[in-house]
Design a protein around this ligand. Structure first.
Ligand SMILES: O=C(CCC(O)(O)[C@H](Cc1ccccc1)NC(=O)c1ccccc1)N[C@@H](Cc1ccccc1)C(=O)O
Ligand SMILES: [Zn+2]
Length: 561
C-alpha cells in the first residue's frame, strides 16, 4: 500500500492488490473462528464483547467471491491512479498536476476565464474518466458489505459512530449552523461581485464554483487578500514563511515542537527517516496527504507533497495529529487501535492548529510581527478562520449525503452528476460555471471519492474540534474570548487530551467525549461562541444586502465561451 502510493507502477499495483486479497483471507478466517467458537454477543464482559465485535467486522474483506474482491481492489487502484496522475494543460501551454500547480493557480489567480479553464479541465482528466469504474465499484463494494452483514456500504460506514441517532444529530448540527454559513456566503458573494462584475453571477444567488481559490469550493481562505475588511498585517503568513526560507522539514518540526510543548509524544526516529514530506521527482505518487501506521510500535509515516504555505502548515498539524493518535494507542490491542470514532482521528491535529493559527501564537513563532490586539484585527482573524471552518460545513456534510444516496441505490448511475449538483447548489449555494451533463462525474474530481475514503468524519471533526478546544483552553487556564486562546505549553491541556487519545476505540466515543468536554453529545455551541463577534459583524455588514441566501435549484450556467 505504502509502496504503491509513493511509487505508482503496474508492478506495485499488482503486489498491493494481491496482498490485500491475501490479508482478507486471514481476516475472514479469524472472523469465522470467532463467530464459530464463541456466542460472544452474550458474554457479560463488555470489554471482551467489544473486541469480538471489532474482530468480526472486517469491512470489504468479508466478500465471499474472491475474484470479485480481486476486481474490487483493482478498480479502486485504477481510480486512484487516474486521480493521482491527473495533469491539466492550459491554453497558455503550461501543464500542471493538482499539487502544487493547479492548487497554486486557483489560490492566486483572479482571472475568471483562467480559473474556469482549470476547473473544467481538472474534471475532464479525473472524474469524467472514472464514471464507469465508479458504477462498477458501487456494485462490488455493496456486495462486499452485504456479505459482511450490512444492508449496504452506507450502513457499514455509519455503524462506526455506534449511534442510532447519528444521521439526525448530524442534520441538526448542520441546520443549526446554516444561518452562520448564509451570512458568510452573502458577504463573500458581494465582494466577489465587486471583483468579477455582477453580470458574472446568476440571479439565483449562487456563486460560480470556480471563484473560491479552491478546486472544490470547500474552503475559501485563499480569498483572504480580497476579503480582509481592515487594512492590517495579513494573518496569512505564507509570505513570512517563504521569506524565512521555511522548508517542509521545518514545518513538521514546528508541529512536532507544539505537541511536545503540551507534554505529548514526539515523533519517533523512523518517522523522520521514512516519511515522504515532499513531492519526489521522477515518479508518480499519490500526493493527497495521509498518515500511516505500520502496526509495529515504531514505524509511523506521513506522506505529503508539502508546499511552503500557511494552508499546508495547517495540514502538517492535521497529519501529525493522526500520528500522535497512533502513538498514543500503540500499546492497546490491535482491535482498539482506532479513533474513538473517525471524527476524533480527524480532529486531533486541527485542535492544535486552532491555537497555532492565532495571531499571538504566530507572533510567538516569529511568523507575524506587530500584532495589535484591537477589534478590527480580531474581525480580520475570525474572518480568516470562518473561511476555513464555516465555509467547509456544507461541503463536509454533502459529500456523504451524495455517497449514502448512491450506496443505498436511491441515486442510480444515470443520476450521479445531477444528484451531486442538486446537493452542491442547495447546501453550498454554489453553481457550475459551465453546463454539466451525465457524461461528467464531478464527485470523482475530489480525492475521497476514487480513494473511497468516508467524508462525514470531517464534518464531525469540524464540530467536535471546537468542543475540544474550549475544554483544553479551560484546562490551560486561558481566560478571554475562545478565538484568542492558545494552549501552547500547557501540560494540563496536553494531559486532558492524551488521556482520551490513549483509549483508542476501546470505549464508546460518547465516553471519550465526556472525559474531555464533560458532555456526551456533539454540540455546535462552542463553534457559535468562537465566531460570535464575527457573526454580529457579518449581520451588520449584510444588513443592506437585499437577499441573503439562494434558490434551492441550480441556475442555468452562462452559454458558450
Ligand atoms: O483529506 C484530508 C486530509 C487527509 C487525511 O489525513 O484525512 C487522510 C485521508 C486518507 C488518505 C488515505 C487513506 C485514508 C484516508 N487520512 C489519514 O491519513 C488517516 C485517516 C484515518 C486514520 C489515520 C489517518 N482532509 C480533507 C478535509 C480537511 C480536513 C482538515 C482541514 C482541511 C480539509 C480534505 O482535504 O478534503
Ligand atoms: Zn485526516
Amino acid at each position: 500500500m505504502w509502496n504503491f502510493n509513493t511509487n505508482i507502477t503496474e508492478h506495485n499495483r499488482q503486489i498491493m492488490v494481491n496482498k490485500s486479497v491475501e490479508v482478507a483471507q486471514i481476516e475472514k478466517e479469524w472472523a469465522r473462528r470467532a463467530n464459530a467458537r464463541f456466542d460472544w454477543e452474550k458474554l457479560k464482559d463488555s470489554y471482551i464483547v467489544r473486541q469480538f465485535k471489532k474482530i468480526t467486522h472486517i469491512g470489504i474483506a468479508a466478500m465471499k467471491d474472491e475474484s470479485k474482491l480481486q476486481r474490487l481492489n483493482h478498480v479502486m487502484s485504477e481510480m486512484e491512479e487516474i486521480y493521482s496522475g491527473g495533469k491539466v494543460c492550459l491554453s497558455t501551454g503550461d501543464c500542471h498536476a493538482l499539487e502544487p500547480g493547479l492548487t497554486r493557480l486557483l489560490a492566486t489567480s483572479r482571472d475568471y476565464d483562467l480559473l474556469q479553464e482549470v476547473w473544467v479541465k481538472w474534471r475532464e482528466v479525473t472524474g469524467k474518466k472514472m464514471k464507469n469504474l465508479y458504477s462498477e465499484f458501487v456494485e462490488l463494494i455493496n456486495e462486499a458489505h452485504r456479505d459482511g452483514g450490512y444492508s449496504d456500504t452506507a450502513a457499514a460506514w455509519k455503524s462506526k459512530y455506534e449511534s442510532e441517532t447519528f444521521e439526525q444529530d448530524i442534520e441538526d448540527l448542520f441546520i443549526q449552523l446554516g444561518p452562520l454559513y448564509k451570512q458568510l456566503h452573502a458577504f463573500v458573494r458581494r465582494k466577489l461581485m465587486s471583483v468579477y462584475g455582477k453580470d458574472k453571477f446568476p440571479t439565483s444567488g449562487h456563486i460560480p464554483a470556480h471563484l473560491f481559490g479552491n478546486m472544490w469550493s470547500q474552503q475559501w481562505n485563499s480569498l483572504l487578500d480580497l476579503l480582509q475588511p481592515y487594512d492590517k498585517e495579513s494573518v496569512d503568513v505564507t509570505p513570512a514563511m517563504k521569506e524565512q526560507n521555511y522548508t517542509a522539514l521545518k514545518m513538521f518540526q514546528v508541529s512536532d515542537e507544539f505537541f511536545q510543548s503540551l507534554g505529548m509524544l514526539k515523533m519517533p526516529k523512523a518517522f523522520w527517516e521514512h516519511s515522504m514530506i515532499e513531492k519526489p521527482k521522477g515518479r508518480q505518487v499519490q500526493c493527497h496527504a495521509s498518515a500511516w501506521n505500520f502496526y509495529n510500535k515504531k514505524d509511523f509515516r506521513v506522506k505529503q507533497c508539502t508546499d511552503v504555505t500557511m494552508s499546508d502548515l495547517i495540514t502538517v498539524h492535521h497529519e501529525m495529529g493522526h500520528i500522535e493518535y497512533y502513538l498514543m494507542y500503540k500499546d492497546k490491542p490491535i482491535v482498539f487501535q482506532n479513533g474513538a470514532n473517525p471524527g476524533f482521528h480527524e480532529a486531533v491535529g486541527d485542535v492544535l492548529a486552532l491555537s497555532v493559527s492565532t495571531p499571538k501564537h504566530l507572533q510567538k513563532i516569529n511568523l507575524l510581527k506587530n500584532v495589535v490586539d484591537d477589534k478590527e484585527s480580531d474581525i480580520n482573524f475570525m474572518l480568516s478562520m470562518a473561511l476555513d471552518k464555516i465555509a467547509f460545513l456544507p461541503f463536509g456534510y454533502l459529500m456523504d449525503q451524495w455517497r449514502w444516496s448512491v450506496f443505498s441505490g436511491e441515486t442510480p448511475p444515470s443520476q450521479y452528476n445531477e444528484k451531486w449538483w442538486q446537493l452542491r447548489c442547495k447546501y453550498q449555494g454554489i453553481s457550475p460555471p459551465v453546463m454539466r451533463s451525465e457524461d461528467d462525474f464531478d464527485p470523482g474530481a475530489k480525492y475521497h471519492i476514487p480513494a473511497n475514503t468516508p467524508y462525514i468524519r470531517y464534518f464531525v471533526s469540524f464540530i467536535i474540534q471546537f468542543q475540544f478546544h474550549k475544554a483544553l483552553c479551560k484546562a490551560a487556564n486561558q481566560t478571554g474570548p475562545l478565538h484568542t486562546c492558545d494552549i501552547y505549553r500547557s501540560k494540563e491541556a496536553g494531559k486532558l487530551l492524551s488521556d482520551v487519545l490513549k483509549l483508542g476505540s476501546s470505549k464508546p466515543w460518547e465516553y471519550a467525549m465526556e472525559k474531555i468536554v464533560g458532555s456526551r453529545k456533539m454540540d455546535a455551541a462552542p463553534v457559535m461562541e468562537y465566531f460570535k463577534p464575527l457573526i454580529d459583524w457579518l449581520v451588520e455588514q449584510n444588513s443592506q444586502d437585499e437577499s441573503i441566501g439562494w434558490e434551492d435549484e441550480c441556475p442555468m450556467p452562462p452559454t458558450g465561451h
